[in-house]
Design a protein around this ligand. Structure first.
Ligand code: MG
Length: 372
């Protein structure tokens, strides 16, 4: 007979350490309220037939609107032990998973490991070996416990329902760290199974910052300027010695222009012709690096910033090899990113076309931008 599986989500904590507005289980993680993301991690597996959430009475309504109607909401207690006890009193499954509402990154593998273990051994508690040395310390002294054989406990913690209910009865009014300890107290053993390093419990503000999923966008830009005498050749803000320079309304820095267009394109914010029309006298002879700063301000207002840039300069002459480093550093400084995220290459066109005839220089640029 197939065992019926129940999930209990413990969501009645205060979450004060997270310093989020309201309970941390409502904080947005990867575009969704944390509690919804946690629920979905289990729901999408299709293994569970009963869902129970232990919630603070005053938050019940806010949780209900985020989760399907079939989820039972029970009143959480003052402690986690009490909350789980309340949830167990309405549990009807043969096997019960108990999970923290603020652990949204649990994987199917971890969940399955825990369930398999509970079916075979009665219990399955997700845990990971400590990577750091553990020390027990007080004001006067410290005792090194080391790393070997030491684990960090996570959830889910999965049990045969009948057994964990019996363990909670035996626990009485005593408070325990978690359900695994309640089980251990009753049966003298508890089985740890492989958890996952990313299965973190979102507890402190920095946990939420780390969990904030960035939106990545990709953009492309192209520009071309005519090479003429009596003009400076400027590429990426660097003056390159040459007998010709690029003609344009601004300083005609073709590389910076293509990069600006790539960044604007990534953000779907038009192009430099839109923001800095060449009909505007203001931009006559403009320093393109200043325009780049303005582009960063424009995209920054929408929450975007460049992450990396890649561009190829197509020029028959001059040879650009020895200038690439200076160009890269100049652009990196202007973009506010590390030079190892600015990839600039140069090529000739083997004498072909207008670039080959040294009539002009073209640049094709790509930009990756992120939105926080
Ligand atoms: Mg241009």
């Amino acid at each position: 007979m197939k065992e019926k599986i129940t999930l209990i989500i413990a969501a009645a904590g205060s979450g004060e350490r997270a310093k989020q507005k309201g309970n941390k289980i409502f904080a947005i993680v990867g575009g969704e309220p944390c509690i919804k993301k946690t629920f979905d991690a289990f729901y999408k597996l299709g293994l569970i037939s009963e869902y129970i959430v232990a919630a603070k009475p005053e938050e019940t309504e806010n949780i209900k609107v985020l989760l399907p109607d079939f989820v039972k909401i029970v009143s959480g207690g003052k402690t986690r032990t009490e909350s789980v006890k309340n949830a167990l009193s309405v549990t009807t499954g043969d096997v019960v998973l108990i999970h923290d509402g603020a652990r949204p990154f649990v994987t199917a593998e971890t969940i399955n490991n825990c369930i398999d273990s509970a079916k075979r051994f009665g219990s399955g508690v997700a845990a990971i070996p400590t990577r750091d040395t553990v020390v027990k310390s007080n004001a006067d002294n410290a005792e090194y416990l080391g790393k070997s054989g030491l684990y960090l406990i996570q959830t889910p913690q999965v049990f045969k329902t009948e057994e964990i209910k019996r363990a909670y009865e035996k626990a009485g009014e005593k408070t325990f760290n978690d359900d695994g300890e309640v089980y251990l107290n009753c049966f003298g053993k508890v089985k740890l199974v492989a958890g996952d390093i990313n299965n973190v419990k979102l507890t402190y503000p920095e946990d939420f910052e780390r969990a904030a999923i960035k939106e990545t966008r990709f953009g492309t830009g192209f520009d071309c300027h005519r090479l003429v005498e009596n003009r400076k050749l400027i590429l990426g803000g660097v003056v390159i010695p040459h007998d010709k320079g690029l003609l344009g309304h601004s300083d005609a820095d073709v590389l910076t222009h293509a990069i600006m267009d790539a960044i604007l394109s990534a953000c779907a914010l038009r192009d430099i012709g839109f923001w800095f029309p060449d009909s505007d006298e203001k931009y006559k002879g403009a320093d393109s690096m200043k325009l780049l700063a303005e582009v960063l301000r424009i995209v920054g207002e929408k929450g975007f910033k460049p992450e990396s840039i890649s561009a190829v300069i197509m020029a028959e002459k001059p040879k650009l090899l020895k200038h690439i480093r200076a160009i890269t550093e100049s652009l990196a400084a202007a973009l506010g990113i590390s030079p190892d995220k600015v990839g600039i290459s140069a090529t000739t066109l083997e004498g072909l076309g207008f670039v080959g005839r040294e009539e002009g220089i073209c640049v094709h640029a790509n930009a990756v931008v992120v939105k926080e």
